[in-house]
Design a protein around this ligand. Structure first.
Ligand SMILES: [Zn+2]
Length: 129
């Protein structure tokens, strides 16, 4: 099974733009186990951009993700923004998903977000019916 739901790309339109494309609060994706809808909340990613990661992501996971996605010392996301990582856990089956977004602030308090990666944590067992 391919655990990567979204793979990074250079050319991509923002999924979220403050004031323009912010009707949707979250990026929806489907859990690979029972096809539940999971949500990557944009505002939470903006809050996480201070540290570059969500609070439930361990330092070790953070470093592994940076390595997996080839984030270098310049700390640039694939499309040129600032990389922010998070972990989303499916409440139904306990599957874990690592998320990677690129965030840009072209104007003060105006944010652009590009969802660059969503990947299931293959080392975590999920609950089955
Ligand atoms: Zn699930």
């Amino acid at each position: 099974m391919d655990n990567e739901i979204i793979k990074p790309s250079y050319i991509k339109n923002p999924d979220y733009i403050t004031g323009k494309k912010d009707e949707a609060e979250a990026y929806n994706f489907t859990c690979l186990t029972f096809e539940e809808t999971l949500q990557l909340n944009y505002k939470r990613q903006i809050e996480n951009s201070w540290t570059g990661k969500g609070p439930n992501l361990s330092e070790e996971e953070y470093l592994q993700l940076r390595q997996h996605y080839h984030i270098g010392v310049a700390n640039k996301s694939k499309e040129g923004g600032f990389p922010v990582f998070d972990k989303i856990i499916c409440k139904t089956c306990n599957a874990e998903y690592f998320t990677y977004i690129g965030i840009d602030e072209p104007l003060n308090s105006m944010y652009q977000i590009q969802v660059q990666g969503i990947m299931r944590n293959a080392s975590k067992n999920v609950d089955k019916l």
